[in-house]
Design a protein around this ligand. Structure first.
Ligand SMILES: [Zn+2]
Length: 140
């Protein structure tokens, strides 16, 4: 048996430090185990490289580009077909312009949809980047 130099607690010889206050047999006062653990955690976090934001919308971006492309293709093709029909047909009729109008409407819809999706993805990405920056700042 040995007596703790700090809190006078009776300690079994098999123990190197006081179970109550953490003081070692030699009298060296060790830190609170919880405090030690906290310090260790902080060091590991400091060493860790700052988190980087990775966009999870890569696929959406690709699809959006494709949508916009198809939209413009629709507009151009609609106009081209109407032009060809208008030139080739001997009797000009306003109905020959229908493919152009249809293509224009569908095409514009596709282009607008693509832009809306892109805006949503962009703002989601921005929010993610801000969050990552904030997280990294909190650790430091
Ligand atoms: Zn003690």
């Amino acid at each position: 048996m040995w007596k703790c130099k700090k809190c006078n607690e009776e300690i079994e010889d098999s123990f190197d430090s006081c179970w109550k206050c953490g003081t070692e047999h030699s009298g060296v006062s060790s830190n609170n185990p919880q405090e030690l653990k906290g310090k260790k955690d902080k060091t590991t976090k400091d060493i860790q490289a700052p988190e980087k934001y990775i966009s999870t919308y890569g696929t959406t971006r690709t699809i959006t580009k494709l949508l916009s492309f198809l939209g413009w293709l629709n507009i151009v093709l609609g106009l081209l077909i109407s032009l060809i029909v208008a030139i080739k047909s001997p009797l000009f009729n306003w109905s020959t312009l229908l493919p152009a109008v249809g293509g224009l409407i569908i095409g514009l819809h596709l282009v607008i949809s693509g832009q809306i999706i892109r805006a949503t993805v962009d703002s989601a990405d921005n929010t993610g980047q801000i969050l990552t920056l904030l997280k990294n700042r909190t650790i430091k």
